[in-house]
Ligand binder design. Structure first.
Ligand SMILES: Nc1ncnc2c1ncn2[C@@H]1O[C@H](COP(=O)(O)OP(=O)(O)OP(=O)(O)O)[C@@H](O)[C@H]1O
Length: 550
């Protein structure tokens, strides 16, 4: 369907059109069966051929229209369903984007992937596999019952009762027998499997090295087995639904056969009346199939809706008062889920003047990264205040920056989609990577591999720094920027970082003595963790000369 015709016809109108086409295709199918029945019986009576011409033409017409209408319905309904899936996927991305990173702490990677891929795909089925079968079945059944009642009112009544009974049982009674073997559990198992597979892929080298890959793979197999059991349960449920349709059809057929002798209807009409329950069976089968999909579709929709309700971590991330101070912390307590990090429980007070450096030190686990997340607006403060530039003017260079599996250029474009080559090479120069990238045969178009695997640790970190510089932030939070780098590479990177001042204000989070030495003249904030007497700690040297947090 062209974009123009889509625009002219809204989604609502296209849904109505798809419903009409689906009903038309189903009616054609049933009409083909009945007309053929009439034709066969009437032809056996050997009337003049002219009497049969209308029926012969109708059979041809219904045969062709069934296929044409089905094809048209597929085009229109899939067009609407795919359009809705795009909206749902964008909605899911937006919800995840709003909540990330702190709001997603409760979701595992695999679960997030499931939401965006699997759940969104399932929502397409709501129209295609649940609503359309029900609406077209309602239209076809009404027509079939009306025609049968016109030929023999009692037979029409029998078909109406059969349709009503099956619809009620399939929709409201049988689902109760599915119990817990249904969609909620199925989706949970899918989440689990996605989580296990993600974990296996990420940790495969370590698992192989420690010889525990088999045990982990067996855990994934156990989830697959659980899913197979659920599948078998669903197949059993569908079997009961089909059995119900077949049994009710047999009873209807019997009732019609009993009713026909008492009514004075021609033999050709008897053929139609006997075939009517079989036509209805085909329609009712589609309802069983629709109900098989309904729980998964509804559960997926609920999970997508739930994404909308994930709390935005910092609802008031909004404006902070700009002044000569890039950042100001006043009795700031940071932590996760309202629980203060050990080094920040007593409240942090510090100021970072514009164009200067604040060095944040403290032992492992004291809360340095938590403080960084709070300054960036990812986490709300437990108490106290943060002032200074808006969180959106603060950028982060983490210990293990994410480098995307694409080219150098595309990695940089994440920060500024409109940046030209000149701007990119300029930030690469500032990050100390310009000469290296220029020396590559494909320059900016060089692929960096999955997670930057074709780059060294130092090059990866510099690429991430270049990306950060391209985003043009006022304040840069550098969280252990030289972690995982050898001493010469770390020293070179530190020199480049020091040159970012005074154009940028820096918050350098570290427990590395080399970094502390490099920024010796900086403002200092130490996250002190009270420790039991006699416990020695690697950070004691830092703690012994408490810095001045102004
Ligand atoms: N996503 C999270 N959810 C809940 N608690 C967390 C989370 N991340 C960290 N914490 C907890 O917050 C506390 C502070 O951790 P944080 O990572 O900020 O310490 P750190 O000083 O940066 O340590 P390191 O130097 O080892 O990186 C720890 O007790 C940690 O368990």
């Amino acid at each position: 369907m062209s974009r123009e015709s889509r625009r002219r016809l809204g989604a609502g109108a296209r849904t109505v059109l798809a419903t009409g086409l689906a009903a038309g295709a189903q009616v054609s199918s049933v009409a083909l069966l009945l007309t053929s029945g009439w034709l066969v019986v009437r032809a056996a009576e050997q009337p003049p051929v002219l009497y049969l011409l209308v029926a012969v033409t109708s059979v041809r017409m219904f045969g062709v229209s069934r296929a044409v209408l089905r094809y048209a319905e597929r085009l229109v309904s899939h067009d609407v369903a795919l359009e809705r899936a795009v909206e749902a996927r964008v909605g899911a991305y937006r919800a995840l984007d709003r909540a990330a990173p702190a709001g997603l702490a409760g979701l595992r990677h695999g679960e997030v992937v499931q939401r965006v891929v699997q759940d969104v795909e399932r929502t397409q089925d709501r129209l295609l596999r649940v609503r359309l079968p029900w609406t077209s079945a309602a239209a076809t059944t009404t027509l079939l019952v009306a025609v049968t009642a016109w030929l023999l009112p009692a037979a029409g009544l029998v078909l109406a009762l059969q349709a009503l009974l099956v619809a009620v049982i399939v929709r409201w009674v049988l689902p109760r027998t599915r119990g817990r073997s249904s969609a909620g559990l199925e989706l949970t198992q899918e989440d689990r499997l996605a989580g296990r597979v993600t974990e296996l892929t990420r940790t495969a080298p370590d698992l192989l090295a420690y010889g525990s890959s088999r045990e982990r793979a067996e855990q994934a197999h156990a989830v697959v087995d659980a899913m197979a059991r659920l599948d078998r349960g669903d197949t059993g449920w569908q079997g009961r639904g089909t059995a119900l349709v077949l049994a009710s059809t047999a009873l209807s057929l019997l009732a019609v056969v009993v009713l026909v002798p008492g009514a004075s209807v021609p033999a050709s009409v008897v053929g139609v009346l006997v075939l009517a329950p079989l036509g209805l069976a085909e329609v009712l089968e589609s309802l069983v199939e629709a109900e098989r999909h309904r729980p998964a579709v509804e559960a997926a929709q609920r999970r997508l809706d739930a994404l909308e309700t994930i709390g935005v971590p910092v609802a008031t991330a909004g404006r902070r008062t700009a002044s000569t101070e890039a950042l100001r912390m006043q009795d700031l307590v940071v932590g996760w889920a309202g629980r203060p990090a050990p080094g920040a429980a007593c409240g942090l007070t510090a100021t970072l003047p514009r164009g200067q450096v604040l060095l944040v030190t403290g032992p492992s686990g004291s809360g340095k990264s938590t403080l960084a997340a709070t300054l960036l607006g990812f986490l709300p403060p437990v108490s106290g205040r943060v002032g200074g530039v808006d969180p959106c003017r603060i950028g982060l260079l983490a210990q293990d920056e994410t480098v995307l599996d694409t080219t150098v250029r595309e990695n940089l474009r994440v920060a500024d989609p409109g940046a030209d080559d000149e701007a990119m090479l300029a930030v690469l120069d500032r990050a100390g990577l310009g000469t290296f990238v220029r020396s590559l045969p494909q320059g900016l178009d060089t692929a960096v591999g999955e997670s930057g695997s074709r780059l060294s640790g130092g090059e990866r970190q510099r690429l991430a720094l270049a990306r950060l510089l391209l985003a043009d932030h006022d304040v840069l939070v550098l969280d252990e920027p030289t972690e995982h780098l050898d001493a010469p590479t770390a020293a070179a990177l530190l020199d480049d970082l020091a040159r970012l001042v005074p154009a940028h204000s820096l918050v350098v989070v570290t427990h590395s003595p080399a970094v502390v030495d490099r920024f010796a003249g900086a403002h200092r904030l130490h996250l002190e963790v009270p420790r039991p007497a006699g416990v020695d700690h690697a950070d004691a040297a830092l703690a012994s000369s408490p810095p001045s947090a102004t």
